[in-house]
Write a protein that binds this ligand. Sequence first.
Ligand SMILES: [Zn+2]
Length: 350
Amino acid sequence: MNILNNELLEHFSFLKLTQENPMNLSTVLKVKHNNCLISLLDTGVLQIEPAIASSTDIVISSGIHGNETAPIEICDQLVKDILTGTLAVKNRLLFIIGNPPAMNSGKRFLDENLNRLFCEKHLGKKHPEAERAGLLEKYVRDFYLASDTQTTEAQTSMSTRERCHFDLHTAIRTSKYEKFAIYPYQDGRGWNKRYLNFFKESDINTVLLAHQPAGTFSYFSSHEFQANAFTVELGQVKPFGENDMDSFSSLMVNLKSLINDQYIACEKFDSNGFNLFKVDDEVIRQSELDFSLNIDSSLSNFTEFPLGFQLTTDDNGGYKFASEGQAIVFPNAKVPPGQRVALIVSKTSI
Ligand SMILES: [Zn+2]
C-alpha cells in the first residue's frame, strides 16, 4: 500500500506505478486528495471522482495495445496534472492503461489482440488478455453504473448524465490523415455531431464511421452503455520517450476542458476541412498457404486504389476493388485465416 501511495501521491506517476506492478493488484488504494476520491482499482485502472461531480462520466483508455506509448504518456500526463493540482477535476474520470505486461515487453499483445476481445468475446478463453478484457469491462461497467446509483439518490434524471470514452491508440502504419477516430457502429442511434466538432477542434480531422458490431473497447462502451465512445488513432507507434507530445497539444487542451467541465460543445457541424469515411467492405483472410496481400509494406492508411486492383490473392479468388475512390485502412497480412486483413473505405457525408 505504501508503494502505491508513494508512486501516486509523492511522484505522481501512474505510468511508473503500472510499469512496476504489471499484474493484477491485490489491494485497492483509496485516498482523498485535492478534493477528489482517488481509487486505484487494479494495475493501470485509476478512478478519480470529485466531491461534487458535474454531469459527464469520462473514460480515457490507453495501451490496449502494449507498444502504443503516446496514449499512455497522454494518460500519465493528465493524471500528473490532476494529482499535482494543475488541472481541476469537475467530472468523474476513469483512466486506463490497458495491457501492462505487453507494455513492459514493448509488444502489441502477448497472446491475443486485446482489442478483439471485448463484448464478451473473451469468454471461454484462458489467457491473460482474455482475463484483462473481462476485468476492464467490469471496471467500465461499475464506473458508468455507479453514477446511475448516485444520480438516482440525488433524484436527478439519468438522461442528464453524459458518458464518453476515448480509447487512445497509435497505428502500425503511417496515415494519409495523420490522426483519425473510428466511430463505432451505433446500433441504429445517430452520429453525435458534437463529438465530430470535438475531434475537429483537436486536430483530428478524419473520422471513420464503422458499419457493424466489433469486439473493440470503444464498441463495448458504445453498445452496452450508449457512451459517446471512440477509438482514436494518434499517429504512428513509437517507443517511450520518442513521441512528439506537442503534436497532441490541441487534444490535450480539449481533454482538459472536458475534465474540468469547461468544454463548450457545438451542435452544428461544419464538414469543411473534415474527412468522413464509411466502411464499404472487410477483407477476410481465407487460406493459410495460398494468401498474399499485394501492397507495399510501407503503404499508408487511407491510400486509394484504382477500380479492379487485385488487393489480395487467396483461395476464394482474393479481393478486387469494386468501386472508384475506395481506400484501405489497417492492412495487416499477419493475421490467421478467418481474421480481417484490411478495411475498404470511401468518403461519405452525414
Ligand atoms: Zn492500437
